[in-house]
Design a binder for this molecule. Structure first.
Ligand SMILES: [Zn+2]
Length: 476
């Protein structure tokens, strides 16, 4: 762990290796997206202006094989699955990248990078391919901490003996019949996988940029190769590397027939998007997250505890005419409405801030969240309005950083506060309906009062008649 200092004061550039779009996303893909979404939210809350670039690999062996199986052109497979990824990222509340470049849109940049490597004798053409000469770059292996003689050979080509060293990897692959290709000075072909990230990261973030992220499975060879390409060509490249741990599936059978596929669409039929997000962020981003249905259920229950307090407290305070919205607070140490970073930070408990500053310690940050929920519930039970309000404001500030505030987008409606407004209108409509029911009962018109109850139930509104009057909630 090192102190973070950006290249330009107040600004941070972040590159994340995105998806190879050969199939729809499973929740392992989402873990990487959500972990680094928290990084970006925390940098922004800390006052940095973040430029976020995440690539899409839309030409690759796996995409070509999927297209062949389906009997369609590869771009159809890539386009469809890219849409599925975008939908999944949006569904769990990830801030979209500022730029999402696709490999096939950056062939000229890749050709320039190959030329620079050839000029500096770090690459060589052979039999229609172009290879990176690993022995020409003494720092090769530094990121993954491997000695060159321990490394496994590059598996990305069937070179037929054209390589100088088995570890040399492909920058450019000669065209094969039926595959997409582009013309280059070294013959027609398509890019090797590693090349695109070097070309696109430096195009959009500059020759040197701040943070490079990706899954731990990418450290070798992918990130090692990105460094080799860019640094040998003369670029400074990434100054900090963050790698997320993978989602382990050891205990789970993955067959669809058992109904527990981990495709995002399937998981989102079992839990709500905010609950899935909570599940994916609760473990430290570097740790292995071992998947189980029980753990998913526990995460959903933990999120619901938080949500229940936020809803109860905001309703109770709203009923009393107390302004609980952190955006327009007039008392206490609320975050204020100006959106300035120091204001945002001011509303956050010190324990939360120091946890996040310590390599994004979300587990400790969530401990602060749950402590705040406990305090808030006690304050509500004791009719301590000031205490409940303080808890609610602090809690919403923390949840905002984690992308988990039930009253904020996207959970409360994608258009800013429209979710709050809709909730109010629905609440008023249900109240009106229940008054009609009571009026029907009072005049002994039980057919009407029963019809109203049944009608509400049909649209998912469950009514509970308590001594203090009717309570209602939405059926889950
Ligand atoms: Zn990459």
């Amino acid at each position: 762990m090192r102190e973070f200092t950006p290249i330009a004061p107040g600004r941070v550039s972040v590159y994340l290796c995105g998806a190879t779009v050969q199939a729809p996303p499973h929740i392992g893909h989402l873990r990487s997206a959500v972990c680094f979404d928290i990084l970006i939210r925390w940098l922004e809350a800390s006052g940095y202006q973040v430029t976020f670039c995440r690539n899409v690999t839309d030409v690759e062996d796996k995409i070509l094989r999927a297209a062949q199986r389906e009997g369609v052109p590869p771009w159809i497979v890539a386009e469809r699955n890219q849409r599925a990824f975008t939908w999944a990222h949006d569904a769990v509340g990830c801030r979209p990248p500022d730029i999402e470049p696709r490999a096939t849109g950056h062939i000229p940049e890749m050709i320039v990078l190959i030329r620079r490597l050839l000029e500096r004798d770090h690459a060589y053409p052979a039999a229609g391919d172009v290879y990176y000469d690993v022995r020409s770059f003494p720092a090769y292996g530094a990121l993954s901490g491997q000695r060159p003689d321990q490394m496994r050979p590059a598996e990305d080509s069937d070179d037929g003996g054209a390589k100088r060293d088995p570890r040399d990897f492909t920058l450019w692959k000669a065209a094969k019949p039926g595959e997409p290709y582009w013309e280059t000075p070294w013959g027609p072909g398509r890019p090797g996988w590693h090349l695109e990230c070097s070309a696109m990261a430096t195009k959009y973030l500059g020759p040197s940029f701040d943070i490079h992220c990706g899954g731990m499975d990418l450290i070798f060879p992918h990130h090692e190769n990105e460094i080799a390409q860019s640094v040998a060509a003369g670029d400074g490249f990434a100054r900090y590397w963050l790698h997320n741990g993978l989602l382990g599936l050891a205990g789970e059978k993955m067959s669809k027939s058992e109904g527990n596929s981990l495709l995002v669409t399937d998981v989102l039929s079992r839990v709500r998007p905010a609950e899935l997000r909570y599940y994916l962020v609760q473990a430290h981003y570097r740790s292995l997250l071992e998947f189980s249905e029980d753990a998913l259920d526990e995460a959903a229950a933990a999120y619901q505890r938080i949500e229940r307090f936020v809803m109860r407290a905001s309703e109770a305070l709203g009923r009393l005419g107390i302004d609980y919205d952190s955006g327009s607070g007039d008392a206490g140490a609320g975050p204020g409405g100006a959106g300035r970073a120091d204001d945002k930070l001011a509303g956050l408990p010190v324990s939360f801030r120091s946890a996040m500053d310590e390599d994004l310690g979300v587990p400790s940050a969530l401990a602060a969240v749950h402590a705040c929920v406990r305090d808030g519930n006690q304050a509500l039970a004791a009719s301590d309005k000031a205490g409940a309000r303080a808890s609610l404001v602090g809690l919403r500030a923390m949840l905002g950083v984690l992308g988990l505030d039930p009253l904020a987008a996207p959970w409360a409606g994608a258009q800013g506060g429209s979710g709050d407004r809709l909730r109010q209108v629905v609440g008023a409509l249900v109240k009106l309906t229940l008054q009609q029911r009571d009026a029907a009962r009072a005049r002994r018109d039980y057919a009407t009062s029963d019809a109203i109850r049944d009608g509400l139930e049909e649209i998912g509104v469950i009514v509970d008649d308590t001594p203090e009057g009717p309570r209602w909630e939405l059926k889950r």
